[in-house]
Design a protein around this ligand. Structure first.
Ligand SMILES: *Cc1c(COP(=O)(O)O)cnc(C)c1O
Length: 370
């Protein structure tokens, strides 16, 4: 297997999923496992299913299609509100989508009619984060219009937090979302089964037992993949923060001064770097760079290694105090933040190494048995 690679411990992904699913189940909440952080990697999606998620969700139709074609046969949710132009594809690939515009609902309705399927939707309400959703006072009219569409099965309401505005989900705001669902019941005599209360940003409330009753679903990516809630990146007790690590190979180790020799201008990316003189240090170059990953989102797994900086194809490390000796050819591994993970998983230069579980075989052979 060529370097660099993301080392994926599937049993840890499954264990993180199980932990969160169990916490949610205790409060009658179902979990949608979100795969967009790993480009809908099929083996990781399968690990989420092993961990007990009811449904998988992704922001991109292409990613959902990849899951479907690999034989995943649970319901699939499209997380990004659909482009009107992709309506036909959406109803074919996804079972459910998050929607905020009536014109899009109507496109999905037509597409569902053409395809001879029913399409589930969750109407998004903007509770103040100011990304997607109608303002709360607009939800009743939208529900009313949505109920006229034969091909659309209205499942409920959804909201998002801490995505654009960084809005913190609070018990009060979430109770308001639940209250909107009650208003719909009173106005139209329908009980919508789903109140989709948010993402890994809600896990802090979940763990504190402070999610209001009436929230029935959470859509969780980062919590499963990196074992953290996403408001303050606190670790989830009992979850693995290192289920996915990035590994690179060292191509140079040399003693060098810690300040460039001569005058300093802009670096390769237009920034003017700043240096602290720490004398002569033992430096290593790992063969990985900004074409592979977001370098600011990396933390060396080996104690004593510092990241000094990097360019498109090189990562420069201070290994003077490394806990294990670093030589040319050494493998160095890093924990990744969410942004770094996404970037590594979409880079064509980064391969994937799976441990902890056999790779998924296409479901055809699974379902036929032996
Ligand atoms: C990405 C996304 C999620 C999952 O977010 P995490 O922070 O990874 O849990 C949930 N809902 C929507 C609409 C999303 O786009």
């Amino acid at each position: 297997m060529g370097y660099p690679f993301v080392e994926i411990q599937l049993d840890r992904v499954a264990a993180n999923t199980r932990l969160i699913v169990d916490m949610c189940r205790a409060r009658s909440i179902e979990v949608v496992g979100v795969t967009k952080g790993v480009c809908a990697d099929v083996a990781i999606a399968q690990a989420m299913l092993d961990g007990g998620v009811a449904m998988l969700g992704d922001a991109r139709v292409q990613n959902l299609r990849r899951l479907r074609e690999a034989g995943v046969n649970v319901p699939l949710m499209l997380l990004r509100i659909p482009m009107p132009s992709e309506a036909d594809e959406v109803v074919r690939v996804a079972n459910c989508s998050l929607v905020s515009e009536f014109s899009t609902l109507s496109q999905l309705n037509q597409a569902a009619g053409k395809a001879g399927v029913a399409h589930d939707v969750i109407l998004m309400v903007d509770m103040g984060d100011l990304r997607e959703g109608v303002m709360p006072q607009k939800i009743l009219p939208l529900v009313q219009r949505c109920m006229t569409l034969q091909g659309i099965r209205l499942q409920g309401l959804g909201a998002n937090f801490a995505c654009y505005g960084g809005l913190i989900p609070t018990p009060e705001i979430l109770s308001n979302l639940v209250a909107l669902n009650r208003q719909i019941r009173d106005a139209f005599a329908v009980t919508l089964p789903v109140v989709s209360g948010g993402s890994s940003a809600n896990l802090g409330l979940l763990m504190a037992g402070a999610l209001p009753a009436g929230i029935t679903q959470l859509r969780i990516g980062e919590g499963i993949l990196l074992g953290r809630e996403s408001l303050r990146r606190n670790a989830i007790p009992g979850a693995y923060q290192n289920a996915l690590n990035l590994c690179a190979e060292v191509v140079e180790v040399q003693e060098k001064p810690s300040v460039p020799l001569g005058e300093i201008a802009q670096d390769a990316f237009g920034q003017t770097p700043v240096f602290v003189d720490r004398g002569t240090r033992k430096r290593a170059i790992a063969a990985i760079g900004r074409q592979d990953v977001e370098l600011t989102g990396l933390t060396p797994a080996c104690p004593g290694i510092d990241i000094l900086g990097g360019s498109s194809d090189h990562l420069i490390l201070d290994v003077s105090d490394a806990a294990t000796e670093i030589v040319v050819g050494s493998k160095v591994c890093f924990y990744m933040q969410y942004g770094a993970l996404v970037h590594a998983m979409i880079s064509p230069y980064v391969s994937r190494v799976y441990t902890g579980r056999a790779l998924l075989h296409p479901a055809k052979s699974d379902t036929k048995g032996s």
